[in-house]
Design a protein around this ligand. Structure first.
Ligand SMILES: O=C(CO)COP(=O)(O)O
Length: 248
């Protein structure tokens, strides 16, 4: 049985001092021995956040990183900088990064490989636009994103990965995918992993749903056989996140 993983993506919200306040507020609410809890926070708050969760089960993730080891990439953050401050997870290829910062399936793949090289667990994002859904190409498109993201990733590493299925039309819109839509795509992702690797890898990999997850939608979503938790945006900045973590 796969352990659920519920991660908050804070996006570009909260200053370092506000981060401490919010973490202290959320800490007692997200205590859980049943699920993995991750807060993904802006780069400037990572050190503070790691400090603030000491002594709890909460783990800290970054929202992005560069795929090169180091060098002349002004403004970027390298994988070893993340591990050095105690970060365990990194979101890769969020649709906002693809849309506003020109990330492609190829850069996502490079970042996934670099993350594993440094022992970071990538939360690999995929998701279709509303147009693609209406055109009936959702599964084809997601399969392509997944296949490219995992090029040259070993089965051993892939088993440790987290994939977040986030339909773009459901992000920040309050328009959550139906349970059936979310389950259908998460199942297709698992089947794609089984094709690329093997059944054991497909059974081990954890697949989250993201897109307007709330305290009310979480229980049904997380009860689906192929949904192993959520990547939560807006609701992760509120006490509601405690309810999502304790969805049962
Ligand atoms: O993009 C998301 C998480 O990465 C989802 O954001 P919302 O939960 O705000 O829709």
């Amino acid at each position: 049985m796969r352990r659920k993983i519920i991660a908050g993506n804070w996006k570009m919200n909260k200053t370092p001092s506000e981060t401490v306040t919010l973490i202290n507020e959320l800490k007692p609410l997200v205590e859980s021995n049943d699920v993995d809890v991750v807060f993904c926070v802006p780069a400037i708050s990572l050190t503070t956040a790691v400090e603030a969760v000491k002594g709890t089960n909460i783990q800290i993730g970054a929202e992005n990183m560069h795929y090169e080891e180091n060098g002349a990439y002004t403004g970027e953050i390298a994988a070893n900088m993340l591990t050095d401050v105690g970060v365990n997870f990194v979101i890769i290829g969020h649709s906002e990064r693809r849309e506003y910062f020109a990330e492609t399936d190829e850069t996502v793949n490079k970042k996934v490989l670099k993350a594993f090289e440094h022992g970071l667990t990538p939360i690999v994002c995929c998701g279709e636009t509303l147009t693609q859904r209406e055109q009936g190409v959702t599964i084809d498109f997601i399969r392509q994103q997944i296949k490219i993201a995992f090029l040259n990733v070993s089965a051993e590493d892939a088993q440790k990965a987290v994939i977040a299925y986030e339909p773009i039309w459901a992000i920040g819109t309050g328009k959550v995918a139906t349970t059936e839509q979310a389950q259908e795509v998460c199942k297709a992702i698992r089947e794609c992993i089984a094709e690329v690797y093997d059944q054991a890898t497909a059974e081990a990999i954890r697949i989250q749903y993201g897109g307007s997850v709330s305290a009310s939608s979480a229980p049904e979503l997380f009860a689906q056989p192929d949904i192993d938790g959520g990547l939560v945006g807006g609701a992760s900045l509120k006490p509601d996140f405690g309810k999502i973590v304790n969805y049962k």
